[in-house]
Design a protein around this ligand. Structure first.
Ligand code: NAP
Length: 267
């Protein structure tokens, strides 16, 4: 299959310091895009810069997406340098899993702030800017299958991702005549740092179960879906099937999702 062309496009990746986001940055640089990589860790952003060498096509900027002012400042900083953003990918995310009693208020707030508020701040600030551009841009939310399937022990994380899905769907309808494209992409299980901050007894067995996609492969499929312009895309075949069941045979999907294996210690 032909590779999608991002040559010369200005692409902003939020949540770019590791996992899927960093893999997206590498793919986009290889495809000759001008990339702005943003995340909290200056050290990990500096590593990306070192990897890219002296490339003038990579700019990095530390940002905490939970702070609206930092999102505003990031966008003005980018605008001063590039005058447009062709594609913005919201990949910042955090997951806290475990049984209901294990999810603390601080964890819940961090998930809502990172997975939902940050996306809201980006959309609220960037949509009016993209509308002014001659060539309208695309905004992508990297969601999770959990937003639609909500396996056991992932319900709070699922809720924070589902909030982002609903926001994007509503705005896609509100902005349907604007020319700006809003896409939601669902990666399958991918080998990244997601969930690594949790103690082992907080990780359900379904989380580690089975094969995980390489982050580079996930980034490649994600960019293909962006180039195809599909408003929603599930990247893993097995989950596509489960999405279909959830829609057309919900009682079977309920049985499958409910039977996902849990851990032992906290039940
Ligand atoms: N891995 C999977 O199996 C999987 C499956 C479905 C969906 N997803 C989704 O894919 C996205 C990327 O996840 P990943 O698996 O690549 O996880 P990851 O390796 O943990 O990467 C998460 C990224 O988000 C950034 N981030 C976290 N909090 C942030 C904040 N407050 N401000 C700015 N950046 C922040 C992190 O950088 P800093 O810590 O430097 O800020 C990091 O670059 C997430 O939205 C996740 O929900 C992942």
């Amino acid at each position: 299959m032909e590779k999608p062309s991002f040559r010369g496009k200005v692409v902003l990746v939020l949540g770019a310091s590791g996992g899927i986001g960093a893999a997206l940055v590498r793919r986009l640089l290889a495809a000759d895009a001008q990339v702005i990589a943003a995340a909290r860790s200056p050290e990990r952003l500096a590593m990306l810069e070192r990897e890219a060498g002296v490339s003038a096509r990579l700019l990095t900027r530390p940002i905490d997406v939970r702070d609206c002012q930092q999102v505003v400042d990031l966008l003005s900083w980018v605008w001063e340098r590039t005058g447009r953003i062709d594609l913005a990918i919201y990949c910042a995310g955090i997951e806290y899993l475990g049984p209901l009693k294990a999810i603390s208020r601080a964890e819940l707030e961090e998930m809502m702030a990172t997975n939902f508020y940050g996306l809201f701040f980006l959309l609220q600030q960037l949509l009016p800017l993209m509308e002014q551009q001659q060539e309208k841009g695309t905004i992508v939310s990297v969601s999770s299958p959990m937003a639609r399937l909500a396996f056991p022990w992932a319900s709070a994380y699922a809720a924070s991702k589902a909030a982002g899905d609903a926001l994007l769907t509503g705005l896609r309808r509100e902005y349907r005549r604007s020319g700006v494209r809003l896409l939601t992409i669902y990666p399958g299980p991918t080998a990244t740092g997601a969930g690594q901050q949790l103690s082992p007894e907080r990780l359900p067995r379904w989380h580690e179960h089975g094969t995980k996609m390489e982050a580079g492969r996930c980034a490649e499929l994600l960019l293909r879906a962006v180039a195809a312009g599909q408003r929603q895309r599930v990247l893993a075949g097995s989950l596509r099937l489960l999405f279909l069941l959830e829609r057309w045979l919900p009682s079977l999907s309920e049985r499958i999702c409910a039977s996902m294996p849990l851990g032992e210690a906290l039940t």
